[in-house]
Design a protein around this ligand. Structure first.
Ligand SMILES: [Zn+2]
Ligand SMILES: [Zn+2]
Length: 461
């Protein structure tokens, strides 16, 4: 009666509405656990009601998740000294910030069996809530769900390390090239970006064309993979230039070991933008810019108000957007609540201090002169091969013979970046144009050869 609910009924519709109101009222009371979920086909929920349902889902689901994280595998993830649940990979990497209290919830159960999209986060708080809702009558729900997860040998990971398992496949294969990892000392290049853009593109082509996982794919599939590959190089380059390659908030995750964990976080919420700005943000997402823009162009876009923001790791991203919602109902302990709220403030402050500001260092290391990398690649390989057998230069005719084609219409002319690699002696009526590899040219072809061999020999480990 105090809540304006009375049972003076006239029509069945009124009756229905009244019962629904009582239901919602009791569901939000201390008896909440006793009520089954409303049948979904009742489209009678108000938007306020939907909001409350979402909230409840988050609170109950999160509490279940926290309970499981603490207790699963006889509490093996729980550090009894500080009461925190810890990601084993973060422990292995000696992280501090990512193991601390405020990052309690940015964790997932990695499903060891099957990498399909649907399995990515099959025990997140939403899913756990749904399972709970379907098992209301089961007093052993928590024990059962823990046993189920254990029987699947699922492991706990922070959001970042979880992503590394699922989205790092190509990253792991191609880090050899992207990060210049363990490349032999005889090549005088400290990283990939000292090479001309065309050579970088050629090297990417060599990786894809010789690596067992990509060489069998169709041309179309490989175009998509190549684009992702190039975009990953661009992303690494931009984060390295702007933030020295680490997450600008925690400073623990870095591009060298964890490139796939970086998210772009916008400074302004949608409702802080004008309708026009909102429109631009919606239509052109940052990852889309990578497909068409050069690095410096991407950074220029990031400085515009509608895209203003910066790259942070997904654990830190979670702290900004998710960690504090409904926090007072999720944790009972006042100290935890305070620490988590403080952390969010600190994270946002740090983020604002480190927004993208073009420091002038961002150039365009991947903007090439001309495409048709394959042609140049083949010419260079063949020129190298012939030059090793004879001196005195190589003609187009010889190139064509070695390549097994009728003629080489295009020579090495017209590409500025080749000037330091290939010396040209123009021909006349009596003698053909001759090409010579310079010492630097030899070095670069050896580098190409090196990556070709490396990817050819990479077997399924
Ligand atoms: Zn971790
Ligand atoms: Zn971070």
């Amino acid at each position: 009666m105090n809540n304006d609910i009375n049972l003076l009924l006239q029509h069945s519709e009124t009756f229905f509405k009244v019962i629904r109101d009582i239901y919602h009222y009791l569901k939000d009371s201390k008896y909440s656990g006793l009520f089954p979920n409303l049948n979904k086909t009742n489209k009678s929920g108000t938007s306020k009601q939907t909001r409350i349902d979402h909230k409840r889902k988050d609170i109950v689901g999160s509490r279940i998740k926290l309970h499981i994280m603490k207790n699963i595998y006889k509490s093996k993830y729980l550090d009894k000294r500080d009461g925190n649940v810890k990601c084993p990979d973060c422990l292995r990497e000696d992280f501090i910030i990512n193991l601390s209290t405020p990052r309690k919830r940015s964790k997932d159960f990695h499903h060891s069996n099957g990498f399909s999209e649907g399995n990515y986060n099959r025990y997140d708080s939403n899913a756990l809530f749904s399972m709970f809702a379907q098992n209301r009558g089961n007093p052993y729900f928590l024990e059962d769900i823990i046993r189920e997860i254990e029987s699947e040998s699922d492991v706990l990971k922070c959001a970042n390390h979880h992503r590394m398992i699922h989205y790092a496949e190509y990253f792991t294969y191609f880090r050899k090239l992207i990060f210049w990892e363990k490349s032999p000392k005889e090549f005088p290049y400290q990283d990939i970006f000292v090479l001309p853009a065309d050579i970088i593109h050629i090297l990417v082509l060599i990786c894809l064309g010789n690596f067992y996982k990509t060489k069998t794919k169709t041309k179309r599939e490989n175009i998509a993979i190549k684009l992702r590959f190039i975009n990953a190089i661009k992303k690494k380059y931009i984060i390295d230039c702007l933030y020295d390659g680490t997450c600008l908030i925690c400073g623990e995750f870095n591009t060298k070991n964890h490139l796939p964990v970086f998210d772009y976080n916008h400074l302004y919420e949608m409702n802080e933008l004008t309708p026009r700005e909102r429109e631009v943000r919606k239509n052109v997402k940052i990852p889309m810019l990578y497909n068409t823009c050069s690095c410096s162009e991407i950074v220029r876009e990031m400085e515009k108000k509608y895209h203003k923001g910066g790259y942070i790791c997904s654990n830190c991203h979670f702290v900004i957007h998710r960690e504090t919602a409904n926090i007072k109902e999720i944790y009972d302990d006042q100290t935890t609540i305070k620490v988590v709220l403080d952390e969010k403030k600190k994270v946002i402050r740090k983020f604002r201090q480190n927004l993208v500001q073009n420091n002038g260092l961002v150039k365009d290391p991947l903007r090439s002169e001309k495409e048709q990398y394959e042609v140049v690649m083949n010419y260079l390989f063949v020129l190298y091969k012939i030059s090793r057998k004879k001196t005195g230069g190589v003609s187009r005719k010889e190139l064509a013979e070695q390549l097994g084609v009728k003629e080489c219409k295009r020579g090495f002319e017209g590409r500025k970046f080749l000037e330091k690699y290939v010396k040209m002696v123009p021909g006349n009526r009596w003698s053909p144009t001759l090409y010579f590899l310079t010492p630097e040219g030899e070095n670069v072809v050896q580098l190409m050869q090196y990556f070709k061999e490396y990817y050819k020999n990479l077997k399924n480990q």
